[in-house]
Design a protein around this ligand. Structure first.
Ligand SMILES: [Fe+2]
Length: 223
């Protein structure tokens, strides 16, 4: 299993606060059978600091090199006007230097029409992955179909499968075959930890043929 969305790079965002916490989260990953994790710290217009993130990541890699979980660096980018320019200039990070870009949007109001942003990124040669789409209630199922037809990929959080009401919505998306990745988006050892159990159980029961797709075994770093 590969987790493409996590906040385990310590001390750089609202995720892991220390090397100790990251080590504990890596232990949880091992228990879950996760073999690789992409560290995706937050980036935004105000908080790009690509070089700092790369340096922090190199330090972390060195300190946990025998942990049994392969680490990659990426970012979760909060969409803003001008994001594409900063991606092109290298100020924003893609997933492990590939064309895959994890992007999130405002949850409160529609600052940007998500399908249009996806289109803009796709045309520029990127492969946008929209993070935790269960949060954007303002976009309809047809809107998400447009995201897909514009070249977007869709990620949902594994924790949603433990919440009955939210899970209902995500299951609707899965039935329409709109979901590409289920990821942890883990931040800490408490309420936002690594927990794939409910998601794995649901997928195994209802969509076993898509198990590899959802949990990243179809290594996205190959192309
Ligand atoms: Fe996140």
């Amino acid at each position: 299993m590969i987790d493409i969305h996590s906040h385990i790079l310590p001390g750089v965002d609202d995720g892991s606060r220390s090397l100790e916490m990251t080590k504990n989260l890596l232990a949880l990953y091992r228990e879950e059978g996760v073999s690789a994790v992409v560290c995706t710290p937050h980036q935004s217009r105000e908080l790009r600091r690509a070089e700092q993130l790369k340096a922090q990541f190199a330090l972390l890699e060195e300190k946990v090199k025998d942990c049994g979980v392969k680490l990659y660096l990426g970012a979760e980018i909060y969409y803003y006007d001008g994001m594409l320019d900063d991606l092109n200039s290298g100020e924003l990070l893609t997933l492990n230097g590939t064309k895959y870009v994890l992007v999130e949007f405002s949850t409160r109001n529609e600052m940007a029409y998500i399908p249009d942003v996806v289109y803009e990124l796709s045309v520029a040669g990127y492969k946008p992955i929209v993070a935790h789409i269960e949060r954007y209630g303002y976009l309809s199922l047809d809107g998400w179909r447009e995201v897909k037809s514009n070249g977007g990929l869709i990620q949902v959080n594994a924790s949603i499968f433990t919440k009955k009401e939210c899970a209902k919505l995500v299951k609707k998306f899965m039935k329409a075959d709109l979901v590409d990745f289920i990821a942890s988006d883990c931040h800490n050892e408490g309420s936002r930890s690594v927990n794939f159990s409910a998601a794995k159980a649901y997928v195994a029961k209802k969509f076993s043929e898509r198990y590899d797709k959802y949990f990243g075994e179809n290594n996205i770093f190959k192309d």
